[in-house]
Design a protein around this ligand. Structure first.
Ligand code: ATP
Ligand code: MG
Length: 404
């Protein structure tokens, strides 16, 4: 347990008598000297307090004048950590087992029945909440480290495969150079420009593939934070479309359905461009006979769910009319190196990079796909608090809760 000199305890309850009873019990347990005990008489007041301070434990009454305790929990819940911002003990009346279970699912560590609050029960609940909270935080850190190690391991395993690919690639380039050199040396005045161009074209393609592979690997293994900026997603999409129009081919129709005024988002625009390009290339590959790629943007207020934190999001939808995927494939597409494409044609890093980008942007990504019925990707990016003019780039891309 972190040994702060003084604990901060918050009681959220609109009933003054109940608040005082808890305060008295805590003082009786000796928390009078070790803790600062604050109180709030409404949900909103409680939320505001928690946003400003690091609270070591919150006692939260289920019945509040402006919102119920669950609604408050949902606002504090972060799906990324599966925790609220602080340890929480929910206080409920008799006969509300369903509420208690829900509270535990939404980030509370424990609950107490209001009728049986004794100092001993209070003390145990407080300690348990703090300990469970910290355990979960630590487990989360360990999981992140493990994830990174796994990633590096996968990269390590790939190295020999990549060395092999690169060797093949260099063989093609060297072979073609050799042929050209022979031709030039043998008959310098009888060179067929078409033949020369064909060889150059082959070498160019192969070298590009190699450069592309290396670039992706470098992006994938880096740990540096992204370069976040406040941007308008429509601008990013239009930039990407400039490149895409030329490279997707004539059989694919591209449609953009932009929101009139999309909410600004705090993202790395270059990385976002890469994500869009990979998705469009995936869509092209899924539409060998042609089809339609649609990129749409939309503002959306989202209620809390287990997958996504409640709030305002700018939603970017990328859909195609291609072959779609089986549920087995759809389940694995965000895994690094997962690909269904023949060797040399796909690294399987495209969507895992998209996933990484979205997570680092505090957003969410989902896929909906059916065989022979096309695929839709949805990228939810949290609304930034500042306007696009103010191009602030915080060091690590994480925003303060109440900024702006
Ligand atoms: N729009 C889509 N339609 C059908 N299948 C898709 C679509 N997008 C992705 N997939 C499937 O997901 C797999 C993983 O995609 P991802 O972009 O991560 O890698 P890749 O395209 O195979 O390789 P790379 O992106 O490195 O060229 C693809 O191999 C394909 O099976
Ligand atoms: Mg791809």
């Amino acid at each position: 347990m972190t040994d702060k000199a003084q604990l901060e305890i918050l009681i959220i309850d609109d009933n003054k008598v109940d608040r005082e009873a808890i305060r008295r019990a805590l003082k009786g347990l000796g928390y009078g000297e070790r803790a600062v005990i604050h109180d709030a008489d409404s949900g909103r007041g409680g939320l505001e307090f928690i946003a400003r301070r690091n609270v070591d434990c919150v006692f939260l009454d289920y019945r509040l004048p402006d919102m119920d305790g669950l609604a408050l929990l949902k606002q504090l819940y972060d799906p990324k950590t599966d925790l609220a911002k602080s340890p929480i003990v929910m206080l409920t009346g008799q006969g509300s087992e369903a509420v208690m279970l829900e509270a535990l699912r939404w980030g509370a560590q424990d609950y107490l029945l209001k009728d049986n609050i004794t100092p001993a029960a209070l003390n145990i609940a407080l300690k348990k909440a703090q300990e469970l909270f910290e355990l979960k935080q630590n487990r989360r850190l360990a999981e992140e480290q493990l994830h990174h190690m796994r990633k590096l391991e996968a990269v390590g395993q790939l190295t020999s495969g990549i060395a092999h690919d690169f060797n093949n690639l260099l063989t093609v380039v060297l072979g073609n150079l050799h042929l050209l050199k022979e031709k030039v040396e043998a008959k310098p005045d009888k060179i067929d420009p078409e033949y020369v161009l064909k060889k150059i074209h082959t070498m160019e393609t192969v070298a590009r593939n190699g450069a592309d592979l290396i670039k992706r690997l470098m992006v994938f293994t880096r740990q540096r934070p992204l370069q976040h900026q406040v941007v308008n997603v429509n601008d990013c999409i239009r930039n990407a479309l400039e490149i895409l129009k030329r490279s997707l081919g004539e059989t694919i129709e591209i449609e953009m359905k932009p929101a009139k005024e999309p909410w600004p988002v705090l993202i790395d625009p270059e990385e976002f461009g890469n994500v869009l390009i990979n998705m469009a290339v995936n869509a092209r590959d899924a539409m060998p006979k042609g089809g339609r790629l649609t990129i749409a943007t939309q503002n959306m207020a989202i209620e809390a769910s287990r997958e996504i934190k409640a709030g305002n999001y700018t939603l970017v939808t990328v859909s195609d009319t291609g072959t779609g995927m089986t549920p087995e494939v759809a389940q694995r597409i965000f895994e690094p190196f997962f690909t269904t494409k023949p060797a040399g044609e796909g690294t399987g890093l495209g969507l895992s990079m998209a996933y990484g980008f979205v997570k680092q942007s505090n957003g969410h990504i989902s896929v909906e796909s059916r065989e022979n019925a096309g695929t839709t990707f949805r990228i939810y990016l949290p609304r930034a608090e500042t306007s696009p003019e103010a191009k602030t780039a915080p060091a690590h891309g994480r925003r303060e809760k109440n900024a702006g």
